[in-house]
Design a protein around this ligand. Structure first.
Ligand code: FE2
Length: 258
């Protein structure tokens, strides 16, 4: 069996007690009207939650052997969680390497950009996520955005005034980091990805969710957000993202005025 190869990534770093992250990357081919398909390489993060002796990987990113040793030194990898419909390419690698349960948002694992042809589906999870079906973390809650064409999940840990973990919905890129190639550095800035507390523009355009659904999630209140794209925020995160969603809704109202 072959798996997507290891892409550029950093070391596993602690965020708070029993929670770690690692900044990895992904490569995509993006169509361009003038220059043909362009290769964009940009960063994506994996979050690691340690629960007793067990590790839960959220938004999995394949790691090199040296960093897998670092991972193994933290605990036993037992669960892998896919929150975003556009993520999950490295889940089969972890399923093959460890004795894990794979949990996914209710959206098919598809290759390419079109989720509809069944032949594009390359993998199936062991369990679907829901508020009643979650990895064994006592203070874990789950939120799902279901109004778009593909579902998107969010994790919430009831500790330290709330810690949220996002896939593609809530992002926080202050700048293009070391895992961006030059093309992505230029294009993704132009496309509005590089901004603090942003609502993923690629996700919004592709899935067309009703972003006001997120207000119910912000009502849970969280100081910390660990995104799959960008840097973790450790204070007043839910309120910062609430104002980002309000701005999107206001700008749509202005656009739709006759
Ligand atoms: Fe993403």
């Amino acid at each position: 069996m072959t798996f997507p190869r290891v892409l550029k990534h950093g070391k596993i770093e602690p965020i708070t007690e029993n929670i770690y992250w690692v900044r990895g990357s992904v490569k995509l081919k993006a169509p361009h009207p003038k220059f043909g398909p362009l290769t964009l390489q940009f960063s994506r993060n994996m979050t690691i939650i340690k629960q007793g002796d067990e590790l839960i990987l959220v938004n999995s990113v394949r790691l090199d052997e040296e960093t897998l040793e670092q991972l193994d030194s933290l605990g036993k990898v037992k669960h892998v969680v896919r929150l975003a419909a556009f993520h999950g390419m490295d889940d089969p690698f972890y399923k093959n390497r460890y004795d894990v349960t794979i949990w996914s948002v209710n959206a098919p694992y598809f290759s390419g950009v079109d989720p509809n042809p069944p032949e594009a589906h390359y993998f199936a999870p062991d369990k679907l996520l829901s508020s009643k079906s979650l990895p064994p973390i006592p203070d874990l809650k789950y939120f799902e955005i279901g109004s778009g064409s593909l579902n998107e999940g969010l994790f919430y840990l009831e500790r330290e005034n709330g810690i949220a973990i996002s896939g593609d919905s809530l992002q926080n890129w202050h700048q293009a980091d070391e895992n961006f190639n030059l093309t992505a550095r230029f294009m993704m800035k132009k496309m509005g990805f590089i901004r603090p507390t942003g609502i993923g523009p690629g996700w919004v355009n592709a899935v067309k969710p009703d972003v006001s659904e997120l207000f119910d999630f912000f009502d849970w209140g969280f100081e910390t957000l660990i995104p799959s794209h960008g840097e973790p925020i450790t204070s007043a995160a839910s309120e910062a993202f609430r104002s980002s969603v309000e701005k999107i809704i206001d700008s749509k109202k202005i656009e739709s005025r006759p």
